[in-house]
Ligand binder design. Structure first.
Ligand code: ADP
Length: 271
């Protein structure tokens, strides 16, 4: 395992052949005066699995929303070197976003929920349904196309939400504490399934969590964050090989990695 300091300007100049998104000096001050983020430098490479780990209120969701383009930074830059840009030079990366709550439309089926982003893109009906069916299969919900959200468990609803994010074939999947409300067994299963989807599709993943255990299990890289103002205090590479499974979760290596990351988080909280 390597412990890396926050990415420096020099590293950005030399590194990003595979960079998907590069944040430099990102700051966010809300209208209330809260300085939610300051001086965030982060490069996310194509195919990476990066967790943003930190205590509640350190700006993880704000950072994820800035990457998603849902809110604008008050200072700093966000570049998508490989994405399509329009005539005005604005980047249009293909994004999938998974919120803490599944946010499904209760009045319609799983397949139609998943197909919604395609409908908004103007994709023809038959293709929409084919792609929604394939995305549901990808998250382990083959056969549930016609199910309504009320008939699904919490874990299944979250799977539908992930399928909806995948159906547009995004370059980057942004997940904001998606499994926090689930029981532990369901959460472990979804962790495994998310890793399988990541490996199968090659999608880049940014995953927000406050769980050391979850971040170590999933990630290739963890950006540890501290609060007031929100910032990245350390980046930690988790070099354990994939596929990771229950044997890894119960290994001495995993326990040692969790201890190291916990210590970094404690440092960040004390900083
Ligand atoms: P985390 O995801 O790590 O829990 P957030 O990004 O949600 O942290 O919030 C970081 C800080 O910004 C917190 O102090 C929070 O209260 C504040 N904040 C978040 N969203 C808003 C908003 N829309 N308006 C004002 N303050 C906000």
């Amino acid at each position: 395992m390597n412990q890396l300091g926050p990415t420096t300007g020099d590293q950005l100049a030399s590194a990003p052949a595979r960079a998907l998104v590069v944040l430099r000096g990102v700051e966010k001050r809300f209208a209330t005066g809260t300085l939610a983020l300051r001086g965030v430098d982060l490069t996310i490479e194509t195919g990476d699995f990066v967790s943003l780990l930190g205590p509640s209120g350190c700006g993880k969701s704000t950072l994820l929303r800035i990457i998603a383009g849902l809110i604008a930074p008050s200072a700093g830059t966000l570049d998508w070197p490989r994405a399509e840009h329009d005539a005005a030079g604005v980047a249009h990366p293909r994004l999938g976003f998974v919120f803490q709550e599944p946010t499904l439309m209760p009045w319609t089926t799983a397949a139609k929920n998943v197909a919604l982003p395609l409908r908004l893109e103007g994709v023809a009906r038959s293709e929409r349904l084919d792609r929604a069916t394939a995305a549901l299969r990808q998250v382990g919900l083959a056969g549930f196309e016609q199910a309504y959200p009320r008939a699904l468990s919490g874990g299944m609803k979250m799977r539908v939400s992930i399928a909806r994010a995948l159906v547009t074939r995004p370059d980057i999947l942004l997940l904001d504490e998606p499994f926090a409300a689930l029981d532990e067994i369901t959460r472990f299963r979804l962790n495994n399934d998310l890793l399988a989807i990541w490996q199968e599709t090659g999608v880049t993943v940014v995953f927000v969590t406050h769980s050391v255990f979850e971040s170590v299990y999933l990630s290739r890289r963890i950006a540890v964050m501290a609060a007031r103002p929100g910032r990245i205090t350390r980046e930690i590479a988790i070099e354990a090989p994939y596929p990771r499974d229950e044997a890894f979760r119960t290994s001495a290596e995993y326990a040692a990695l969790c201890r190291t990351v916990s210590a970094s988080l404690e440092e960040a909280i004390a900083a």
